[in-house]
Design a protein around this ligand. Structure first.
Ligand SMILES: [Zn+2]
Length: 189
């Protein structure tokens, strides 16, 4: 088992680890499944089902990768090993919810904006806010805000973390297009 997994939370360390898929470029991809990361796999399955996005896979990106992202063509969500090492479980769940938010928008390009538009934001920045909002629908507000608080760097100076947290705190789950009776969902049913 690679010693790159150092989280104090056993849910964020592999219980067993199959060899990562060889990638021609980019970090190794460790599959998140019932064997390797059972708690994460359970959370992902629950949120994916609530979002109606079956078919996506979740992987952990090794080599101390710091980011998280979604590859629509491969239906793949990746989350960096450095995040697993440094962020609490709740924040990891929130980050996965955010990425599923991007996948939801990609699947439903014509669906109305989730929540109210924010004046002055470019469409790209609004898309990030919307992914945060869908993340709230799927993972709950506390998880999503924890993901923002502990997520580290602000890649886009036009969309600082405090702005995103403020937008998240003002979002009402009543506007959620997805969600359901999930223990990870912010919606109480
Ligand atoms: Zn995003």
């Amino acid at each position: 088992m690679p010693d790159e997994f150092t989280s104090p939370d056993p849910r964020l360390r592999p219980q067993h680890l199959t060899a990562p898929a060889a990638q021609p470029a980019g970090p190794p991809e460790y599959p998140v499944d019932e064997t390797n990361f059972p708690a994460l796999a359970d959370a992902f399955a629950s949120m994916q089902s609530a979002a109606g996005l079956q078919g996506y896979r979740l992987v952990v990106l090794g080599d101390d990768f710091a980011g998280a992202g979604t590859d629509f063509d491969r239906k793949l969500i990746g989350i960096g090993a450095r995040r697993l090492n440094r962020q609490p479980f709740e924040a990891i769940i929130g980050t996965i919810g955010h990425e599923l938010g991007h996948a939801y928008r990609q699947k439903h390009p014509e669906a109305p904006l989730v929540g109210a538009p924010i004046a002055g934001l470019t469409p790209q920045r609004m898309e990030e806010i919307e992914a945060d909002r869908i993340g709230i629908c799927l993972a709950g507000a506390a998880s999503s805000i924890e993901a923002l608080r502990t997520g580290g760097v602000t890649l886009d100076p036009g969309l600082p973390v405090h702005f995103r947290i403020d937008a998240a705190e003002h979002f009402s789950p009543a506007s959620c297009p997805v969600g359901g009776p999930s223990k990870y969902s912010g919606i109480k049913v």
